[in-house]
Design a protein around this ligand. Structure first.
Ligand SMILES: C[S@@+](CC[C@H](N)C(=O)[O-])C[C@H]1O[C@@H](n2cnc3c(N)ncnc32)[C@H](O)[C@@H]1O
Length: 239
């Protein structure tokens, strides 16, 4: 596979691709994301706004595969549900226009569960069917892959070749302790005032637990529904 990694973030798709192929170009508008990508993969993505990317800049890489994670806020449970009308979907809409002129032979898109059945999902399926690609919609969560985190995601997989739905794994989940830094960073502790005020709504987990909730953008500023908080050993007496 010669893959384009679109909305590349910290480079999760490149990790997933492994030695099945190569990323011929990665694109992300965020400098912070691109710096993290460079730390992870030793290459800096193209710092480009995908909503205005010229066809030539996409087609010149000779890619046959698109790996993409467009912004999920327009489809999030706690978002505005505006789908394609949301300004954050502009880049996705533009890519769907470019698809008509330079379609890939394979594509995998990742998003939140709310993407399924949305207008963006319908647009993507129209493009895939119009180009004669087979496709599957899959739902998966890291908790089924041996990770103690609930982060349900949707994957739309498309290929020129027929696709077969495989059973989801259900691997045993180790406790959170297996993933914690050995030294706690006190700067991350919740202050006692916030703890007292939000205590009833907090999702508290302990190191021996085998679950945690997905983090969202407001984590650390919002307390309820933004992700789990780990109870550090010293705090047990204060709860
Ligand atoms: C869901 S995250 C990417 C997840 C990615 N698969 C990863 O492994 O981190 C979406 C990314 O899209 C980028 N992005 C959002 N809108 C963009 C746009 N219009 N043009 C380029 N990048 C954009 C954001 O900076 C963010 O890094």
């Amino acid at each position: 596979m010669r893959a384009l990694e679109l909305f590349s973030g910290l480079g999760g798709w490149r990790f997933a691709l492994g030695n099945r192929g190569s990323v011929v170009a990665a694109f992300d508008v965020s400098e912070a994301a691109n710096a993290t990508y460079a730390l992870n993969h030793g290459e800096i993505p193209k710092a480009r706004e995908l909503a205005t990317l010229p066809l030539g800049d996409l087609a010149s890489h000779g890619a046959d595969t698109w790996l993409l994670s467009p912004p999920c806020q327009p489809f999030c449970r706690m978002g505005n549900h505006q789908g394609l009308e949301d300004r954050r979907s502009r880049a996705f809409r533009h890519l769907m226009d470019l698809f008509l002129q330079a379609p890939p032979e394979q594509l995998v898109l990742e998003n939140v569960s709310g993407f399924l059945g949305s207008d963006a999902h319908a647009l993507l399926l129209a493009r895939l069917c119009g180009h004669g690609l087979h496709h599957l919609d899959l739902e998966a969560c890291p908790s089924r892959f041996g990770l103690p985190n609930q982060r349900p995601r949707v994957f739309v997989v498309a290929s020129r070749r027929p696709l077969k739905r495989l059973p989801l794994p259900d691997l045993p989940t180790p406790p959170l302790a297996a993933f914690l830094d050995p030294v706690e960073d006190e700067a991350l502790y919740l202050d006692s005032e916030a703890l007292a005020r939000h205590r009833p709504g907090l999702d508290l987990v302990e190191a021996e637990d085998r679950r945690s909730a997905c983090f969202i953008g407001g984590y650390g500023r919002r307390y309820v529904g933004s992700g789990s908080f780990l109870v550090a050993g010293w705090a047990l007496d204060h709860l």
